[in-house]
Design a protein around this ligand. Structure first.
Ligand SMILES: [Zn+2]
Ligand SMILES: [Zn+2]
Length: 314
């Protein structure tokens, strides 16, 4: 492998586009600079904020929790940090990741809140998928999971007095979502793909994506260097069935052919989101459950109705 562009020591990271090579020390500095820039530029956090970090137990969210706790100490930000884990109820998968979140939050000394689909909706994701099948609905486990998870993250973050909800979405995630929304011509969602998202709705907890400008391989390397990378790779059994999985594969393939393609797609997204002021988010109130919604009935209630778990009265 190449030598570090800064100190000449053995590099552990090489950026294919731009020819930058970095040793462990200089990679961690580069990582830190990039995240701090995103935080500063987009005013993601204020001093003494109560930050709720959405932690699934995967490498990215464990890295975010680890990074923010350390930054708060180093930069004397005085943040109160709570890890929030949603237990969707996927057998053979969640128990394992929940264990990892428990271990890291106790090592870091942060509070941990676990909220399950079963407690809030009455059904685990496995049960919801089964009900959908029985009713002959299209097989969309990741859609149910995504909608219900976002719904719960907002609701629970608010219930525990969080001021801002930080998620570990990195550049790869954002670019994937951007492309998926282009394919379905969903511009209202594209306009929400910003590092920070606020809403006029008072029940909506402000969102922050500190890893917005980092490549997935960079968050992965951070996880490895800090001992956060799982020794056993446990993927959600539903993930390979999602459209996102395919988009991710295609994007990685294209990046191999044309290094820098992810960055240029990101610049395209930034151009698109700057065309419109994005301080909107969910501005209506669901007439069924009272949570923030972008339409009369929120997506979570809509899905519940389709599954027969909720009766919609006209
Ligand atoms: Zn170096
Ligand atoms: Zn609702």
């Amino acid at each position: 492998m190449a030598n570090c562009s800064i100190c000449g020591r053995q590099a552990i990271y090489v950026a294919k586009s731009g020819g930058l090579a970095l040793c462990k020390k200089h990679f961690l500095e580069y990582f830190d600079r990039k995240v701090r820039k995103t935080i500063r530029k987009n005013k993601l956090f204020n001093k003494n904020d109560h930050i709720v970090v959405a932690v699934s137990g995967g490498k990215d969210s464990l890295s975010l929790l680890h990074y923010l706790v350390n930054l708060s100490k180093r930069a004397r930000m005085g943040w109160r940090i709570t890890a929030l884990t949603i237990d969707e109820g996927v057998s053979g998968y969640r128990n394992y990741t929940v264990k990892r979140v428990k271990e890291l939050s106790s090592t870091l000394g942060v509070e941990l809140k676990i909220a399950s689909f079963k407690d809030y909706f009455g059904y685990t994701l496995d049960e919801v998928v089964k009900i959908g099948k029985e009713r002959g609905l299209p097989y969309l486990p990741c859609t149910y999971c995504g909608v219900f998870r976002r719904y719960l993250l907002n609701k629970v973050a608010r219930e525990i007095d969080g001021m801002v909800l930080a998620t570990a979405h990195h550049l790869d995630d954002v670019v994937q979502t951007y492309l998926m929304n282009i394919f379905s011509n969903n511009w209202s969602s594209i306009h929400k793909l910003t590092p920070s998202l606020t809403s006029v709705h008072k029940l909506f907890v402000r969102r922050a994506k500190p890893f917005y400008e980092l490549l997935e391989k960079e968050t992965t390397l951070y996880a490895i260097l800090n001992g956060l990378y799982p020794s056993e790779r446990v993927e959600c059994p539903y993930a390979p069935l999602s459209f996102r999985w395919q988009v991710r594969k295609v994007l990685n393939y294209l990046e191999e052919l044309r290094p820098g393609l992810k960055y240029s797609t990101m610049r395209s997204l930034m151009e698109a989101t700057s065309l419109k002021n994005t301080a909107l988010g969910e501005a209506m109130t669901c007439r069924v459950c009272g949570e923030p919604s972008s339409r009369e009935i929120c997506k979570a209630c809509q899905l519940k109705a389709e599954l027969g778990l909720l009766e919609l009265r006209r």
